[in-house]
Structures are given as structure tokens and as C-alpha cells.
Design a protein around this ligand. Structure first.
Ligand SMILES: Cc1cc2nc3c(=O)[nH]c(=O)nc-3n(C[C@H](O)[C@H](O)[C@H](O)COP(=O)(O)OP(=O)(O)OC[C@H]3O[C@@H](n4cnc5c(N)ncnc54)[C@H](O)[C@@H]3O)c2cc1C
Length: 394
């Protein structure tokens, strides 16, 4: 086991691997990535991996747009494949969400994102077999789609290894060593590693690790389910990805004959990220199925095939925390992606690398993602969420 590193990254999910790759690309040497299990074993390996840009704040829209372009040209930019499939993405909004949806699209267009509101006729051509009667606004992102979450993570990790990053699997960080206000190392299940810099990208485990050194992250962990159904007929063979605000569901095609769907809502709170039910319940399968059939009536005739559950690690404003910890030199955090982080991972890696190497991010202004935004109490949410608070969707 390596006993000295310049930089220890804790967590081998898509964030830790994207950060490792991006740091190494910037010329940082002596990077060690610790993963307590195997790469992608946390939320990443359970992600639906939708990749779109429908966000309500500049910072997330900017990260999503930057990331979409990386996903689309992943082989050229990163050097391995991420399994990106362009399906286009639609957002269905009812009367209640109409104004906010239009405002979000305007914000995205101002940021240069390719997205537009389309009419029922245009939408009809993209969504054969869909019932659109309840839609007051339909958003179309022609360039969006989905990727392979585990594949993307392995691609980043592989390229990071080519650039010299060492990876220790089945190795847990147990304690951060801070001496005189500086990071001096990490205690792990395989022994002590001396390091001048630690980046915590440990998903649901991030707050536990940072609590030990007096840093409190406002993260809550909840369980969310995804169900796979057969697709009913060739008429919906070219299914787009979609976020359905009316029925509180999202879905996308999987391979040639399946559809993956999940529901909105807060999920069930989870105390210990290692202990939660990995299979969807009958009740939730039925609930998502009914809501899916509201949008695609033919889904009534399909079959439930399989499903899984995973964890969201959420902040109060559902924006991640990407920051250097004040008062502890060399300590960084990248966590709290609130159930929608996969599509932001390329930008998270780039901006974290900039923060570490240059002292601040330049590709995207990530200052709204500082941990200190929570210090001033609930009002600090206002800058990042709309009044309804419902405007972050997968
Ligand atoms: C069901 C579901 C569907 C989703 N769908 C989408 C979607 O469609 N689109 C989208 O953009 N996002 C989606 N997400 C969210 C997305 O998957 C996450 O935001 C993203 O994967 C988070 O990545 P991460 O690297 O921060 O966390 P994780 O993938 O959880 O990685 C953290 C890693 O750290 C490791 N670790 C923890 N503690 C330690 C330690 N002490 N020592 C060493 N290693 C440690 C863990 O084992 C884990 O592998 C979904 C999530 C779920 C659960």
C-alpha cells in the first residue's frame, strides 16, 4: 500500500474518478484514489444516467451544458467511451409549471444551451403513442440523452491511471489527519497515507468523514427507486428521454426494448448508507407504472422486468457543494449532488481541478456552490431555488 501521496481522493464514484482524471490532466502527480468497495459501487452504479440541461440556476445549467458537450465527445476529450446515446430529452409541464418552465428555458437559452419550447404538433412527431393533452409547455433538447454511468466512471479511472493516478480498491479512509490547521494525511483500512491534500468525494459517506474534523455538511440521504419495463411496440422504438413534471416521473429508453422509469418525491430517509433495500417495492412499481401510462397509454400493456434502488445525498437547496474547506488547508469537498449529479460529473471534475490547481474555478463560476451558503440560514436557499422549490428535476 502506498504510504505517501500528494493528493488523496476519497471515493471512486463518478465524481472521484472525474476529479482524478481532471487533476492528472492538469499535471498533478502523486494522486491516490481510495475506494472502500469497487469503482461505481455507490449512487453512481445505480444511476439512470440521464444527461440533459434542464436546470433553473445558471450554475447548474452551465455545468450541465459543459458536461453534455464532454459526454457527446467523450472519446476525443477523455480517450475512452462513456456510452452516450443521443435520444433527445423532453420536459412535460402542466399549467402549474408553465411559467417556471418557460423561465428556465429562457435562462438556459441565455447561457447558450440548445433547448426550445415546442408546440403539441412538433411534440407529437417526437412522441408517437404519447398523450400530451395535459401539457401546457413542452421543452425539447435535441442533443441530450443518456450515458453508461459505470462505463463513464471506469473510463475516467482508466484514463486517470494512464496519467499516473494510483487506485486502491476495497480501502476505506477511516480518518482525516489534520495538524495545525493543515491536512497531513489520511488513516485508512490499509494504514496511514501522508498527504498534503484530501478531496472528499464520498457521496453519502461524505458528512461522516468531515464531521470528525469539525466540518458539518448539511446532507441528508434518501432511497429512490427505478423500474425497468418492456416497451410495448415498435411505434415507440425511438423513445426520447423525458422529465414529466405533471406525473412526477422521468424515463428513458434502455437498450432496444426496455424503458427505465423513476418517480419524483423525497424518497425514504436512510440512516446508514450501507443498509437499505436494493429492490423496488410492489407499491412503488405500481405507482410509477400508473403515472407512466398516463403519459404513454400503451405502457399499460407492458411488463415489469426488473428494478433497483439507490441513494440520493441531498443538500437543502439540492445544489452540490464543491469547495475548499475554510480554515483547513488542503481539504476539499465535492458532494451533495442531490440525485442529479451524474450529468454534472464532467464539469465537477474540471472545476474541482481548477479550484485545486489555480485556487479558483474558471470554466464555470461555482462560487454559488460554496459550503458557506448554508451558514446564513434558510434564506440562503433563495438564490438557488425558485419559490416553489420544485424546480430541480432529474
Ligand atoms: C436511482 C438513482 C437514479 C439517478 N439518476 C440520475 C440521472 O438520471 N441523472 C443524473 O444526472 N443523476 C442521477 N442520479 C444521481 C447520480 O447518480 C449521483 O449524483 C452521482 O452518481 C454521485 O456520484 P458520487 O461520486 O458523488 O457518489 P457515489 O457514486 O456514491 O460515490 C461515492 C463513493 O465513495 C465511496 N466511499 C464512501 N466512503 C468512503 C471511504 N471512507 N473510503 C473510501 N471510499 C469511500 C463509496 O463506496 C462510493 O463508491 C441518480 C441516482 C440514483 C441513486
Amino acid at each position: 500500500m502506498i504510504s505517501t501521496a500528494s493528493t488523496v481522493i476519497i471515493g471512486g464514484g463518478v465524481m472521484g474518478c472525474s476529479i482524478a482524471y481532471n487533476l492528472a490532466s492538469r499535471g498533478v502527480t502523486g494522486i491516490l484514489l481510495l475506494e472502500q468497495d469497487v469503482l461505481g459501487a455507490g449512487a453512481t452504479g445505480r444511476s439512470t444516467a440521464l444527461v440533459h440541461t434542464h436546470y433553473s440556476t445558471q450554475v447548474l445549467a452551465g455545468m450541465a451544458w459543459h458536461s453534455l458537450q464532454v459526454f457527446r465527445d467523450f472519446s476525443e476529450i477523455v480517450g475512452s467511451r462513456c456510452g452516450f446515446t443521443e435520444t433527445g430529452h423532453l420536459v412535460f409541464a402542466g399549467r402549474k409549471d408553465h411559467d417556471q418552465t418557460r423561465a428556465r428555458v429562457a435562462l438556459q437559452q441565455e447561457a447558450g444551451i440548445e433547448t426550445t419550447i415546442i408546440d403539441q404538433q412538433e411534440a407529437g412527431a417526437l412522441t408517437l403513442g404519447f398523450d400530451l393533452d395535459d401539457c401546457a409547455a413542452i421543452v425539447h433538447e435535441p442533443l441530450s440523452g443518456y450515458a453508461d454511468a459505470s462505463g463513464t466512471t471506469l473510463a475516467y479511472a482508466t484514463q486517470a491511471r494512464y496519467l499516473g493516478v494510483k487506485t486502491a480498491l476495497r480501502t476505506s479512509a477511516t480518518e482525516l489527519e489534520i495538524t495545525g490547521g493543515k491536512v497531513t494525511g489520511v488513516l485508512s483500512s490499509q494504514g496511514r497515507i501522508s498527504a498534503e491534500r484530501v478531496i472528499v468525494a464520498a457521496g453519502a459517506w461524505s458528512s461522516g468523514l468531515l464531521e470528525q474534523c469539525g466540518v458539518s455538511l448539511p446532507l441528508t440521504v434518501s432511497r429512490h427507486e427505478v423500474a425497468a419495463f418492456t416497451r410495448p411496440s415498435a411505434s415507440i422504438s425511438s423513445l426520447p428521454g423525458a422529465t414529466d413534471l405533471v406525473n412526477q416521473t422521468y424515463f428513458r429508453p434502455e437498450g432496444t426494448d426496455l424503458l427505465l422509469a423513476g418517480g419524483g418525491g423525497p424518497g425514504e430517509p436512510v440512516e446508514d448508507p450501507l443498509v437499505y433495500g436494493h429492490r423496488p417495492t410492489q407499491k412503488s412499481i405500481e405507482s410509477v407504472w400508473i403515472r407512466l401510462a398516463n403519459r404513454i397509454p400503451m405502457m399499460e400493456q407492458t411488463e415489469y422486468k426488473n428494478g433497483f434502488a439507490g441513494l440520493y445525498t441531498s443538500t437543502p437547496d439540492r445544489h452540490p457543494i464543491i469547495d475548499q474547506i475554510n480554515g483547513i488547508e488542503g481539504l476539499f469537498v465535492c458532494a451533495g449532488f442531490s440525485g442529479h449529479g451524474f450529468k454534472l460529473a464532467p464539469a465537477a471534475g474540471v472545476t474541482m481541478a481548477e479550484l485545486v490547481v489555480d485556487g479558483q474555478a474558471s470554466t464555470i463560476d461555482i462560487s454559488p456552490l460554496r459550503l458557506s451558503r448554508f451558514a446564513t440560514g434558510p434564506n440562503s436557499k433563495a438564490g438557488l431555488l425558485s419559490e416553489s422549490g420544485d424546480d430541480i428535476v432529474i
